[in-house]
Design a protein around this ligand. Structure first.
Ligand SMILES: C[S@@+](CC[C@H](N)C(=O)[O-])C[C@H]1O[C@@H](n2cnc3c(N)ncnc32)[C@H](O)[C@@H]1O
Length: 231
């Protein structure tokens, strides 16, 4: 019988090295919070191609990557320009730690979890990445996790670009659906964007988990609506 990933040692390593930020986790109980949902969705849906936009220490990448590893197939594309809150300031990132500057340390970070063969990192902003999507010859997206720049304009941009590469039954996570104050002062726009998606129930099914920083999961019914939403 195959050994699966989520034993206590791996859970401890995740807390230590892939540090969750706002995923309803509880370190003392080795409870990954939403991390179990990320892992579980990947196990249940068996995606061929998963995309992650933005991550501080790689928590989402590792949880999704371990699911892919345990499935025995699939790849994960990770896009992050490696902004750091200290160096680049709060308009570029909140929670960015500049961890993705050097390709060798990115590789060894993911090697610790045995997902380095699954994960390919692109050190670029999401707009650059999507402009290059065709050239990179990447396949359609089955599961996406959006956690890059959090202002409304960027959230909308990232969602629509993912949608263009989606098909019916692609699932898209949006992290930080419950950051009330940043949303109020318009520093974040995840909740606002979700409200717009919820109005279109022919194209989207939305479920929100408003605990800790919150995460929402959107099921795509009709990907071609990106044309209308882009206007
Ligand atoms: C740590 S995550 C999100 C943190 C936290 N969830 C929050 O409340 O902002 C932020 C990451 O997104 C990345 N990021 C920022 N802008 C981006 C963009 N335009 N495209 C891709 N990634 C971006 C940063 O480099 C950083 O590592």
């Amino acid at each position: 019988m195959e050994e699966f990933s989520l034993n206590s040692t791996v859970l401890r390593d995740i807390f230590h090295h892939a540090k969750p930020l706002g995923h309803h986790q509880e370190a003392s109980k080795l409870n990954l919070g939403f991390g179990f949902i990320y892992y579980g969705v990947v196990r249940a849906l068996r995606p061929k191609h998963t995309l992650v936009i933005g991550s501080g220490y790689g928590f989402s990448v590792v949880c999704l990557g371990l699911g892919i590893r345990d499935n025995g197939f699939g790849s994960l594309t990770f896009v992050d320009p490696s902004y750091s809150l200290l160096k680049d300031g709060p308009l570029k990132t909140v929670g960015g730690r500049g961890n993705w500057n050097d390709s060798e340390s990115v590789q060894s970070h993911f090697q610790r979890f045995n997902v380095d063969q699954i994960v390919t990192h692109y050190r670029m902003c999401s707009d650059e990445f999507f402009q290059a999507y065709g050239k990179l010859r990447l396949p359609e997206i089955d599961v996406a996790f959006i956690d890059g720049a959090h202002d409304f304009k960027h959230v909308k941009h990232d969602f629509l670009e993912v949608l263009k590469q989606s098909r019916p039954n692609t699932y898209i996570f949006l992290h930080d659906s419950n950051i009330y104050i940043r949303e109020m002062i318009r520093h974040a726009g995840v909740k606002r964007w979700l409200k717009m998606l919820q109005k279109n129930d022919k194209a989207f099914q939305v479920i929100d988990f408003p605990f800790s920083s919150g995460v929402a999961l959107v099921r795509i019914l009709e990907p071609t609506v990106w044309k209308e939403l882009q206007q």
